[in-house]
Design a binder for this molecule. Structure first.
Ligand code: PLP
Length: 295
């Protein structure tokens, strides 16, 4: 029942008929050395990951996270993960960590050691930062050019857009640029002016009474939180839509949110230096709903 909790995983092939994976898991001391220096995740950022939230003992959206890991593995030509093994690893971690509060559970699949025989995988659980303030106060956002036109993922699949790779240096640089410009976060745009996503979040906006998110082309991640929020809105009788979103669409929206697994929904309060309309009650309702999920 201690944090952080770390589990090394020996990945089994996706077609393995195993149902018990316990001997493929090795709980280790999180502060002890665990990776070899030739590990390609650290040398080249060559690997993929997912971060899911565990709220009061309930891991959130396990299946969408595992499906996205499988999709990322396909894009990156990594050995396909065995969904049952990852399900079991998450269950093992949840059984070992505290059953109250908000925790972040990150799981990683890397290409392994240079010239090594097998991929490396692990899972690491920590207590989530306290996001209650930002959920209440929202974020000031600037838009930043992602440097690619719409359709780039189809034309240049080797860019691995749409895979959740470990190479987040660009995403972190974009956040630093946002801070330099006096904002808290950013929304990426294509060079031809379409809204993509945040560096660690999906974008949802409300315009003309419809809740809209950019269509998950190959260039952005299909957010698990965005899908949960759409389920919630649809159950409440609201209309939702996936479609191309221009910067003008976003500017003329009457509310917008950045949504992600651990921070949940945060309202955009300012866009490119202009005040942006906020629906504080709905933001609270969305977050209460996300926190109440039991799966
Ligand atoms: N887009 C990017 C680039 C992200 O890194 C993330 C989350 O980290 C998301 C979108 C939101 O995904 P999710 O809601 O599954 O956390």
């Amino acid at each position: 029942m201690t944090l952080p909790f770390t589990l090394l995983i020996d990945p089994v092939p996706a077609d393995s008929t195993r149902i018990d994976f316990e001997d493929t898991f090795h709980a280790i001391d999180s502060s002890a050395p665990a990776l070899r220096v030739a590990e390609l995740s650290t040398q080249r950022g060559d690997g993929i990951f997912e971060t899911l939230s565990v709220v009061n003992g309930h891991p959130q959206e396990v299946e969408p996270h595992i499906s996205r890991l499988v999709n990322s593995a396909r894009i990156c030509d990594l050995p396909e993960p065995h969904p049952g093994q990852w399900r079991a690893a998450i269950a093992r971690a949840v059984a070992e960590i505290p059953g109250e509060g908000e925790l972040a559970l990150k799981f990683v699949l890397s290409r392994g050691v240079e010239a090594g025989p097998a991929p490396t995988a692990w899972l690491h659980a920590t207590r989530a930062p306290d996001h209650s303030r930002v959920r209440e106060q929202g974020v000031r956002v600037v838009t930043l050019d992602r440097g690619y036109p719409r359709g780039v993922a189809e034309r240049a699949p080797w860019l691995l857009m749409g895979a959740k790779t470990l190479s987040y240096a660009i995403n972190m640089a974009a956040l630093r640029e946002a801070h330099r410009r006096g904002a808290d976060d950013t929304i990426f745009l294509t060079t031809d002016g379409y809204v993509m996503e945040g560096p660690t979040s999906s974008v949802i906006m409300r315009r003309g009474g419809i809740y809209v998110t950019p269509a998950p082309s190959g260039a952005i991640l299909h957010g698990t939180t965005q899908q949960s929020v759409f389920d919630y809105l649809e159950a409440a009788g609201e209309r939702t839509e996936y479609r191309d979103v221009t910067l003008d669409d976003l500017r003329s929206a009457d509310a917008a949110w950045l949504v992600s697994s651990v921070r949940l929904a945060v309202a955009v309060t300012e866009l490119d230096g202009e005040q942006f309309p906020v629906d504080a009650d709905l933001t609270r309702a969305i977050n209460a709903n996300l926190l109440a999920r039991t799966a």
